[in-house]
Design a protein around this ligand. Structure first.
Ligand SMILES: *Cc1c(COP(=O)(O)O)cnc(C)c1O
Length: 369
């Protein structure tokens, strides 16, 4: 489908480069970088970002198999770790040369069965330990079973061992995180001592790199939202460049008289005359309905214009009474990181959710100057 939508998400590739440099500067020169491009690259454009970064990073990761297939179909040759594969798509993983996170005995044995049947040898897999997040992964008591299984087959080879931190951004949880790191060191050594080869290790996401580079960078880190300019804390975000700007235009301006209402369910009632602008972006584009009725705001002419009434599926109306603007003028729906952080806080969520909600209907425009 051709996309002529006037609402467009601009993605600044130079800013991505600078953010990558920032994280590299926190790491040893030998530490590899994996870039996480799950969920359409956090709502940006996974294929374009992966294509742009392919020569600069060691690995990509996606959550699901289909996301990895999309990258392969776009010509990406870099190794791709699939963070959450399922038994139902093992054949696809093998066919598209994707590398699974193996997190359970159930998945391990199913994977070996399928790979062996295809006469595959030394297929790269990644073993995940659960060190406290309690989401996916093996625990200590699984190690002897894993090694027995791995050491009696030739279809698979463990190329990495990894874990994931539960609260890497929260320094109040520092002692818990250090405990997770210690557990990972113990479990990975125990496993690796029984394997025929020495897999590499990785544990840190964006906030992990910021807060635990010294304790836990191991051989690779997994960088996601940081690349897009978010440090999960205003102080850290300040060091990062803004990558994303969500732009739209004013479709129509209305004068609303005292007593009139605006939008569905007549949720807004004017108690004095005001001017509103209608913007072609709504909850189907990822503008949360929670941002309605003055909670959210856009920028027009560098001035905040709050959302008036409910967010519609395809539109919002904003208050421009005090703003000098005309139909066709530019609207910054998401101006920069701090705007997104402010909106997220307003509706009790995090920038991750705001970004990944930006729907596929919005045009993506990659900029490199
Ligand atoms: C999403 C994810 C990451 C990246 O996290 P960021 O906070 O975006 O850097 C890293 N590792 C795993 C296992 C993930 O699921």
């Amino acid at each position: 489908m051709e996309n002529n939508h006037v609402s467009v998400l601009e993605i600044d590739l130079n800013a991505i480069d600078l953010n990558l440099q920032f994280f590299k500067s926190k790491l040893n020169t030998t530490t590899n970088i994996l870039v996480v491009v799950k969920a359409f690259g956090y709502g940006t454009s996974a294929i374009e970002i992966a294509t742009y970064l392919e020569s600069k990073v060691a690995y990509f990761a996606v959550a699901y198999v289909d996301e990895g297939i999309a990258l392969r179909n776009a010509g990406i040759k870099t190794p791709i770790l699939v963070l959450h594969p399922q038994k139902a798509n093992i054949e696809k993983i093998l066919y598209y040369n994707l590398e699974p996170n193996i997190y359970s005995i159930n998945l391990l044995t199913a994977f070996i069965e399928k790979a062996a049947a295809l006469n595959i040898k030394n297929y790269p897999i990644h073993i995940k330990f659960n060190t406290g997040l309690n989401r996916l992964g093996f625990v200590e008591k699984d190690i002897s079973e894993i090694t027995t299984i791995i050491n009696t087959q030739t279809a698979l080879k463990v190329v990495s061992v990894f874990s994931h931190i539960a609260a890497s951004e929260d320094l109040n949880e520092r002692s818990f995180t250090l405990q997770q790191i210690a557990t990972f060191k113990t479990l990975s050594s125990k496993l690796i001592s029984k394997l025929p080869n020495t897999p590499f290790k990785h544990m840190l996401n964006t906030s992990g790199i910021i807060n635990y580079a010294e304790e836990a960078q191991f051989d690779m880190v997994r960088l996601g939202i940081g690349l897009l300019g978010f440090g999960n804390e205003a102080k850290q975000t300040k060091n990062l460049k803004n990558v994303l700007t969500l732009k739209s235009v004013i479709s129509q301006i209305h004068t609303i008289k005292k007593g009139e209402t605006v939008g569905y369910n007549r949720a807004f009632k004017a108690n004095s005359t005001l001017k509103t602008a209608t913007i072609p972006i709504g909850h189907a584009d990822g503008i949360s309905r929670q941002l309605g009725n003055g909670k959210g705001f856009v920028y027009i002419n560098n001035t905040k214009a709050p959302i008036v009434g409910n967010v519609c599926m395809d539109m919002i109306m904003v208050n421009i009474t005090e703003i000098d603007c005309i139909e066709g003028d530019e609207v910054l729906v998401y101006k920069n990181q701090s705007h997104i952080e402010e909106l997220a806080a307003e509706i009790h969520t995090i920038p991750y959710e705001i970004l990944t909600a930006i729907s596929q209907r919005i045009r993506r425009l990659l900029k490199k100057c």
